[in-house]
Design a protein around this ligand. Structure first.
Ligand code: ZN
Ligand code: MN
Length: 487
């Protein structure tokens, strides 16, 4: 029996307007290579870096949101290594004095959060027009070189793949709530690496001797994070079972094979020859108004979940759908407030149902994001209000919502225009009800045998006769009254 000990290292590209140490644009959408470059991020001799203040505010915000500690003193260091996407031959990073120390998320302790710069991007191609040797050549694009990069390192508190994914997902959500990064993993805006080692259960009680650590890179999706941890745990256990030794190394995740593959032997910190960056002054974090930054933090997902639970009393799965997207949560909350002003309700179930199933269904079908939605929260609330009042039947509601989705028009205006109305006239509906009772003796018998579905069945028939235009509440009332009389 082995216990996995798992830690995460997560890199996050920030959404700042400019790069970390120069005024080049930080534009991940730029498609032309080597457009957003200058002598600083191309490492021309004699060029000097200047710290991007808003990047420092960004990382401080993240640190505060995760309950980390921000000391007054912080500094940048050089981390030396060679790679073709790193023009300086070193990365400006932080070693002994990261901006944020400690913190926690979902019960996992955070070791540190530091600021560094991103590298350029290599594009490996197979030559087509030129007969180049060797068979693959590489191009380098420095648009990304020097983009502010946050690195977050956790303590090895994680014990399984589910926990690791839950941590990464919550972090992604927080990054989006705080507008620090879009944290799109497929675009490389959030990159996860994991350290995994197995320790023997017997050793755990006496002295917790950790096994040899293996690092896995290239985790570009939550699925990859999950798969890599499951695979690596199994691989290491098999080696140990056979009496073998785990090699300390860096492995890469292969999405196609679903396996990790050895990449290189792991370097240790001293290989990087860290030393204080001589071209930058130390950071004095007391110059940043941390209290003010803290006050600027928007409501975090966890707080929002709790508040929604209290205020709206709707099921947790539905809360999760709302909270997992800040825009959706805000939209829902606005419509809830609107609805409450029209109708003093304490039940938001109908509103959330129409939001989660019908409106979201239309949004994904038509590939529309919440920010581009033509229906305003006010109109959406009005729409639900009409259903609640019985002015709109659930059958007509579906069609009306589609029309609102296309035009953005007010539901009542649309109902008048499209001649959509609900039959409220009790005597007209009673006639239909009597006719259906006469035509469906079996359903009447079922009703008398107290089958609840019988009434539903007959309401369905009445709806079909009226083209979905009857008021369902009135129908329900009439069926019960008339059936009970004829009992
Ligand atoms: Zn630049
Ligand atoms: Mn790093």
């Amino acid at each position: 029996m082995y216990i996995p000990t798992i830690g995460l290292e997560i890199h996050i590209e920030t959404k700042t307007k400019t790069k970390m140490f120069c005024s080049c644009a930080n534009d991940p959408e730029e498609t032309k290579p080597n457009i957003n470059v200058c002598p600083v991020c191309l490492a021309h001799p004699g060029s000097l870096p200047v710290i991007n203040k808003s990047a420092i505010q960004t990382i401080a915000k993240l640190g505060l949101a995760l309950n980390g500690k921000i000391d007054d003193y912080s500094q940048f260091d050089r981390k030396s290594y060679f790679y073709p996407d790193l023009p300086k031959g070193y990365q400006i990073s932080q070693y002994e004095h990261p901006i944020v120390k400690g913190g926690s998320l979902k019960g996992i302790r955070i070791t540190r959060i530091h600021m560094e710069e991103d590298t350029g991007r290599l594009i490996h191609q197979i030559p087509t027009t030129y007969n180049l040797q060797p068979t693959t050549y590489s191009l380098v694009d420095f648009n990304r070189a020097g983009v502010p990069l946050i690195e977050l390192v956790t303590e090895p508190d994680i014990e399984n793949a589910e926990q690791a994914v839950a941590f990464a997902k919550e972090l992604q959500l927080i990054l989006r709530y705080l507008d620090i990064s879009d944290a799109d993993m497929e675009k490389g805006q959030m990159r996860v690496e994991t350290n995994i080692s197995l320790s023997d259960k017997k050793q755990e009680t006496s002295d917790k001797k950790l096994g040899t650590k293996v690092e896995v890179k290239n985790l570009n999706s939550f699925k990859a994070v999950y798969g890599a941890i499951v695979y690596e745990t199994k691989r290491q256990a098999e080696i140990l079972d056979e009496g073998g030794k785990i090699i300390q190394e860096t492995r890469g995740w292969n999405d196609k094979t679903g396996k990790t593959e050895s990449q290189r032997l792991k370097e240790s910190a001293h290989d990087y020859r860290y030393f204080p960056e001589p071209d930058l002054p130390p950071l004095n974090m007391s110059e940043f108004n941390l209290e003010e930054l803290k006050a600027e933090l928007s409501e975090l997902p966890k707080t929002k979940r709790n508040r929604f639970k209290q205020e709206f009393k709707i099921p947790e799965e539905q809360i999760e759908i709302l909270v997992s997207d800040k825009g959706k949560a805000e939209y829902f909350e606005e419509s809830a407030t609107e609805l409450k002003s029209e109708l003093p309700i304490t039940n938001y179930q109908l509103l959330v149902n129409y939001f989660v199933s019908d409106l979201q269904g239309l949004m994904s079908e038509r590939k529309t994001e919440i920010k581009n939605l033509k229906i305003s929260p006010h109109e959406f609330a009005h729409f639900v209000f009409l259903i609640e009042k019985g002015t709109l039947s659930s059958r007509l509601a579906k069609d009306l919502l589609k029309k609102m989705f296309e035009t953005g028009e007010d539901p009542e205006t649309l109902m008048a225009k499209e001649n959509i109305s609900v039959i409220q006239d009790e005597s007209a509906l009673a006639q239909i009800v009597r006719k259906i009772i006469a035509e469906n003796p079996q359903a009447v018998k079922d009703y008398q045998n107290s089958k609840a579905t019988a009434v539903q069945f007959m309401i369905g028939k009445a709806m079909a006769v009226t083209g979905g235009k009857a008021n369902p509440q009135i129908l329900h009332k009439l069926f019960k009254e008339i059936l009970d009389l004829s009992r």
